[in-house]
Write a protein that binds this ligand. Structure first.
Ligand code: OAD
Length: 248
């Protein structure tokens, strides 16, 4: 049976999570775009989500990259330039502290912002890549961000094929990151899922691989068939702050 806590009852739910964390030996975290909204990066399917305004298949797909590079580059340049102004929020730092103290083992994330690493987490599996690094889609060589933003050709092969290192619709996930996340989640006795609609395959299959307890921290209830043991409905940053206090 799922225990759901929201609003005034959140402190009670947080205390339960703190106890579960103390009991667990291998806790893993899975995050999505809702983890970054308090750092002012919009999510995709939430209230002000990016995909409510733009169809992802129109801008973030390998077909658009090949057929309408101008649109593709404009969309990603804007997203990259916004990142200059964002920083990890308190929730990211709390997760970094939890990893440093061995309370969580790793973070598997769908986020391409790099904020978990920036906050200090070391074991981060970036399942959808990282928007802050650029490669050439033709020769595979790493490239300078400035060249992508300035619409330059690849300095290595001369093709106009620079792109961020993110997974586009129509592409497979990075193999090593996926295998590592899958292996850690299979080993986990607690999986804390934070800020994701769990709508996107294959990452939405990962919660099913944990044989341990499943906890959701999300602004809204997104679950249809996951069997979460505990749900804390609210903002990730605020709940993690409460959790940090409850854990001590
Ligand atoms: P979504 O936008 O689908 O879901 C984000 C979830 O976080 C929603 O349920 C929000 O209600 C919730 N949320 C928003 N702010 C929150 C906050 N402060 N605290 C807690 N929850 C909050 O994002 P993802 O599930 O990450 O893929 O989306 C998965 C993938 O879809 C993305 O990685 C991206 C997108 O297409 C690619 O681009 C390949």
């Amino acid at each position: 049976m799922t225990n759901i806590f929201t609003g005034k009852s959140i402190k009670e739910g947080v205390k339960i999570l703190a106890r579960i964390m103390k009991e667990s030996k291998y806790a893993v975290v899975l995050t999505g775009a809702g983890m970054d909204t308090e750092s002012n990066i919009p999510d995709f399917r939430g209230e002000d989500g990016l995909w409510r305004k733009i169809d992802p298949r129109v801008v973030a797909s390998i077909d658009t990259f090949k057929e309408n590079y101008t649109l593709f580059r404009e969309f990603y340049s804007e997203r990259i330039e916004r990142l200059n102004f964002v920083k990890p929020h308190v929730g990211h730092y709390i997760l970094a502290d939890f990893e440093m103290r061995g309370i969580i083992k790793s973070i598997a994330t769908q986020n391409v912002s790099g904020l978990h690493r920036m906050a200090g987490n070391k074991k981060v599996y970036e399942l959808h890549g990282n928007i802050r690094s650029i490669r050439c889609n033709n020769c595979g060589k790493e490239a300078e961000m400035e060249d992508f933003l300035s619409n330059n050709k690849c300095a290595n092969c001369g093709e106009k094929a620079l792109r961020p290192n993110v997974v586009l619709f129509g592409e497979v996930l990075p193999f090593n990151e996926w295998i590592s996340a899958e292996s850690d989640i299979k080993k986990s006795d607690l999986l804390i899922v934070i800020g994701t609609s769990l709508e996107v395959y294959p990452v939405n299959q990962l919660p099913m691989l944990s044989k341990g307890r499943l906890v959701l921290i999300n602004k809204e209830d997104v679950d249809t068939y996951y069997n979460f043991d505990l749900k804390l409905i609210g903002k990730a940053g605020e709940i993690l702050r409460e959790l940090m206090e409850a854990y001590e």
